[in-house]
Design a binder for this molecule. Structure first.
Ligand code: SF4
Length: 326
């Protein structure tokens, strides 16, 4: 399994986020793992990713703008290590009523690099936590300051603009206001991988099947995909779509040690069936009602291992991922 080359990815600066969006695969929320990337860790990640040929990166979270000094530091470290910064993600939670304050935060980060692009999140899931006036204010500020930006996703702006900009909307309130299930439509349009908190969507909208129907004996293609990977501020490589587990970046080029990676070494070598067999010996009992997907089953097995034998499974990271209710 050694990973010799990476393609397209980003750095997770933090997992904390004022929002707990229903589609978040990383389980970011106010209850998520505390902390922000340190300068030492930023250097460590950049050196490892450089070795693996990665030329550019984006910055995501959590909400990276929650620590403007930390974000400016990360931008500088990436620049000094020769990375092109693709964009910085933000949900505008940090926007206040003070234009001066908003400008100060933005300038601090923009000064750290050159031609930085900002990606503003706007969709039916974010509106449950971020009132639209914040999103609009940020978009205006980026325009006025000539900051390069794009909206993810722009097509939702006209829909969100129909709502009361000063308040947030739960999924039910949105359904009442719009007359259709915007969560379901958005989830379909995103065509997203369902993991982390997004598993709840799949469980709500999908059909359950017996656990045995998901037991493949080969590693999942998502796990092997080195496109759209992330590395987090805890020093771990998170495979694309397979959240709640990770490989220390220094170990990427080696065979995984089963002692240090009891979960991932099984998933990488013989797939979900191997993890299932291992967890069964450790008391895992499948839900007789079945699972909405193989990732739903995988998460359930990992949650059992993390909650009952957490110390023996350091690759189940971050720990707080498994303490949340999804
Ligand atoms: S089943 Fe597990 S290893 Fe496979 S794609 Fe889903 S989370 Fe990743």
């Amino acid at each position: 399994m050694p990973i010799k080359r990476l393609h397209s990815g980003g750095i997770i600066a933090n997992y904390k986020c004022p929002a707990s969006c229903g589609h978040c695969m990383y389980g970011c929320s106010p209850e998520a793992t505390p902390g922000y990337i340190s300068e030492e860790m930023a250097e460590r990640l950049c050196k490892a990713l450089r070795r693996l040929g990665q030329p550019s990166l984006h910055i995501g979270g959590g909400e990276p703008f929650l620590d403007a000094d930390g974000l400016a530091m990360l931008v500088k470290v990436m620049k000094n290590n020769g990375f092109q910064l693709d964009y910085i993600e933000t949900n505008a939670a940090w926007i206040t009523n003070s234009k001066e304050q908003n400008q100060r935060v933005l300038e601090k980060v923009m000064r750290a690099g050159r031609n930085i692009c900002v990606m503003v999140s706007a969709d039916p899931f974010h509106i449950a936590y971020i009132p639209f006036w914040k999103t609009e204010t940020l978009i205006r500020l980026l325009d006025e300051t000539g900051t390069s930006s794009f909206i993810w996703q722009e097509r939702y702006l006209s829909l969100l603009a129909k709502l009361d900009a000063r308040r947030t909307y739960s999924g039910d309130e949105l359904r009442q206001e719009l007359g259709y299930d915007a969560y379901l439509q958005c989830a379909k349009e995103y065509g997203m991988g369902f993991n982390g908190r997004a598993l709840n969507l799949l469980r709500e909208y999908g059909k359950k099947q017996p656990a045995e129907s998901f037991l493949e004996e080969r590693p999942c293609s998502s796990l092997l995909n080195t496109g759209h990977f992330h590395v987090d501020f805890l020093g771990r490589y998170v495979p694309s779509g397979c959240t709640g587990m990770g490989i220390l970046v220094e170990d990427l080029e080696r065979e995984l040690d089963p002692g240090l990676y009891p979960t991932l070494s099984r998933l990488f070598s013989k797939g979900l069936r191997s993890l299932w067999q291992y967890a069964s010996l450790k008391g895992f009992m499948p839900d007789p009602c079945g699972y909405a997907s193989k990732c739903d089953l995988c998460y359930s097995i990992r949650k059992h291992l993390a909650m009952t034998y957490g110390n023996d499974h350091p690759d189940l990271s971050p720990v707080e991922f498994y303490l949340q209710d999804f």
